[in-house]
Design a binder for this molecule. Structure first.
Ligand code: NAG
Ligand code: NAG
Length: 535
């Protein structure tokens, strides 16, 4: 039982920091790191865990025994060195056979800079850094992931608190928009900062997201970007190499900027770090994407070693990639979250390559008789889509999932459900056709994610469409975890001549969920709609 001596040590720290100038004091198995920026932190050298993070004399690390660490701890052994540019850096290197965790103090900076180098998929469970902070010091995190006092309603990670569903998953933000997230308390803020390029060795692309925060007995703050072992709607294989750099940043409350200068890493002898001089980048223009998407165009580059992205400028549609490692990349153009163009591009160190990319649909002149939603790879505008990222579909704040009947021309897409669940029932679409609109027609159903092999099967006025094969989708819970992002699919149903009515007789299409699996309620086979159209 070493908690008591530790607590007394910390109590003494609170009165007078043990280290008063930038540097490290080794005390027993602990490295006590003084940043001279208001932050003193302690790394346990025989595990790689962080046992203390005092900011302006306030202990932010929870002291109940679960420390800040990768996952539940990596059992590393650590060394430290004062180095870099005028010796203004302290590098604590914590090593295991396949994972090296770097903690870096930068003189006068209230932050723990970090990077995680892997040479194989580590056996630590989910590869993520979790700061386990004192709930009383930083009580305020994401309201959607504050589970204190909750009872589990799904798995052991979705809870009901005062009639509202909460989960750590509902704190997630898509990578492309997740550079700074944090928790706050009276006069203090602790933030995870993932600057541009920090997701280089993560997986899943710009629209993937994972846990940022869970407010439980401890206030947990995550850099959960590695998508390894997690089963969190993983669409790609994991990547090894240097994950990050990222930083745990301490302030008196306000969020720090994401634009932190990380060039200092280049002087620190870090495994897997490719310096700016060893990188190249790509510039170009996105061509042919409908102008309504001008501010919603994303370009990605990936291969088995790295992933990058950039948003196109909303007025010129020009883009500039981040500084990329040399290699051959698949380059993809996204309209919203839908891939609409793809090509290969090679980049070498020191190069600036120009590569324009075209929307392959820009010449498509298909005129839809009717359309529900937009084909942009996501369910935005549909019923409950505005709430699904922050609550469970069972939440009482959600509108009824029906089964819903939707009438084309009379209802906006906000009445059309964003998902169908086999056990809840189909969605029914009613519509009339004018003379000349009958005959053989095509129904296009686009989806963004499915669970348990769910895919659409339809009946039209008593005629049954085929059952499509099971989609290639992540083998994990999906939409109940607050995400719609999977592998976009398109289902084309050829409705033969003689099935559809014209004139005053209403046509009725029902869209059911086909699956070889089963399940109950919102964990029954399901899929998320992107858009539906008849032509
Ligand atoms: C922060 O948390 C405290 C304690 O739970 C609460 O009283 C306060 O209202 C919260 N502040 C904000 C801004 O949410
Ligand atoms: C690159 O991105 C595409 C589109 O998301 C994906 O299908 C592919 O698996 C990715 N490649 C790798 C090597 O992860």
């Amino acid at each position: 039982m070493r908690l008591l001596p530790l607590l007394s040590l910390l109590a003494s720290l609170a009165i007078a920091p043990l280290v008063s100038a930038f540097g490290v004091t080794a005390s027993g198995t602990q490295f006590i790191v003084q940043t001279d920026g208001g932050l003193v932190f302690i790394v346990e050298s025989t595990t790689g865990d962080i046992h203390s993070m005092q900011f302006n004399g306030v202990e932010t690390q929870d002291q109940s025994g679960k420390w800040s660490q990768i996952s539940s701890g990596i059992g590393a052994s650590c060394t430290w060195v004062q180095t870099g540019h005028s010796n203004n850096y302290i590098v604590v290197t914590c090593t295991t056979s396949t994972l090296t965790q770097y903690y870096v103090a930068q003189r006068n900076t209230p932050a723990i800079h970090m990077a995680t180098y892997t040479t194989a998929e580590p056996s630590v469970g989910e590869l993520r850094f979790i700061a386990r902070l004192s709930r009383s010091v930083v009580p305020n995190g994401s309201m959607y992931s504050n589970i204190v006092g909750g009872t589990a309603v799904e798995s052991s990670d979705v809870f009901l608190v005062n009639g509202q569903t909460r989960s750590k998953f509902y704190s997630a933000v898509q990578f492309i928009d997740d550079q700074v997230h944090g928790v706050t308390g009276s006069g203090i803020g602790v933030y995870m900062v993932i600057p541009g390029g920090g997701y280089e060795s993560s997986s899943g692309g710009p629209f993937f997201k994972d846990i940022d925060n869970q407010g439980a007995d401890q206030q947990e703050l995550y850099f959960c970007t590695f998508d390894q072992n997690s089963g969190h709607t993983q669409t790609e294989a994991f990547r090894t190499g240097l994950h990050g750099p990222y930083a745990l940043w301490f302030t008196t409350g306000a969020a720090p900027s994401a634009n932190i200068d990380l060039t200092f890493w280049e002087g620190l002898s870090v495994s897997g770090l490719v310096p700016a001089s060893g990188r190249g980048y790509i510039i170009g223009k996105a061509i042919g994407v409908p102008t309504t998407y001008n501010s919603d165009i994303t370009i990605t580059w990936n291969n088995s070693a790295a992933q990058y992205w950039a948003r196109a400028d909303s007025s010129t549609q020009d883009f500039t990639s981040p500084a990329m490692k040399p290699g051959t990349y698949e380059m993809v153009l996204y309209k919203g979250e839908l891939a609409v163009g793809s090509q290969s591009v090679v980049i070498q160190a020191g190069e600036r390559v120009t590569a324009n990319i075209h929307d392959v649909n820009s010449d498509d002149t298909t005129a839809y008789i009717w359309q529900i939603g937009d084909f942009d790879g996501r369910p935005t505008s549909f019923l409950n889509a505005d709430m699904i990222t922050t609550m469970h579909p069972s939440d009482s704040r959600m509108h009824s999932w029906g089964p819903v009947t939707f009438t084309v021309g009379q209802q906006g897409s906000g009445y059309f459900p964003m998902a169908v669940f086999q056990a809840i029932g189909p969605v029914t679409i009613r519509f009339a056709l004018q003379s000349g609109q009958g005959g053989a027609r095509t129904l296009k159903i686009a989806t963004s994610l499915a669970y348990a092999g769910g895919r659409p099967t339809i009946t039209v006025n008593g005629w049954s469409g085929p059952v499509p094969p099971a989609p290639n989708e992540p083998n994990s819970r999906g939409v109940t975890r607050g995400t719609w992002r999977g592998n976009n699919q398109e289902y084309i149903v050829n409705i033969p001549s003689g099935v559809l009515f014209t004139g005053s007789t209403v046509n009725v299409i029902t869209i059911n969920v086909a699956s070889g699996s089963s399940g109950s309620g919102f964990l029954s086979p399901n899929f998320v709609f992107d858009a539906v159209a008849l032509y």
